[in-house]
Design a protein. Structure first.
Length: 127
């Protein structure tokens, strides 16, 4: 793994902290620690920029899937300022994972995310 792999793993860990944040203050702080101020998130269902819009997308996911948490599946693969990884949205009650995807992130020099390109690999019918 490249020498700067730790920065990729650290950025992805912060990313999951943001996606799993509970409460508005924790979410606001986690998004600010994870993304640059003009950071973006784009997937088939969202295309947002900036901390407020990022927090809104994360809040909407929690409203749609209460009692679920995002979990890394596999390992983080990265080089230069880019990393990719896969994840599942897991029920804390029974371990079901109805949603899964893969994301590619780009980092700035400080290791904060400037962009996320998300792909949904598994989505429940009607979601």
């Amino acid at each position: 793994m490249p020498a700067n792999a730790d920065r990729h793993v650290t950025a992805v860990a912060r990313y999951f902290e943001a996606w799993n944040a509970t409460g508005p203050e924790e979410l606001t702080n986690a998004v600010a620690a994870t993304w640059t101020e003009d950071g973006t998130y784009t997937d088939p269902l969202a295309d947002v920029r900036g901390h407020a819009q990022l927090a809104a997308v994360i809040s909407a996911a929690h409203e749609q899937f209460p009692g679920f948490a995002f979990r890394l599946t596999g390992s983080v693969d990265g080089h230069h300022d880019t990393a990719r990884f896969s994840w599942e949205l897991v029920s804390e009650a029974d371990g079901a994972a109805p949603v899964a995807g893969s994301d590619v992130i780009t980092l700035d020099a400080e290791g904060r995310i400037t962009s996320v390109l998300g792909f949904l690999d598994r989505v429940p019918a009607g979601a």
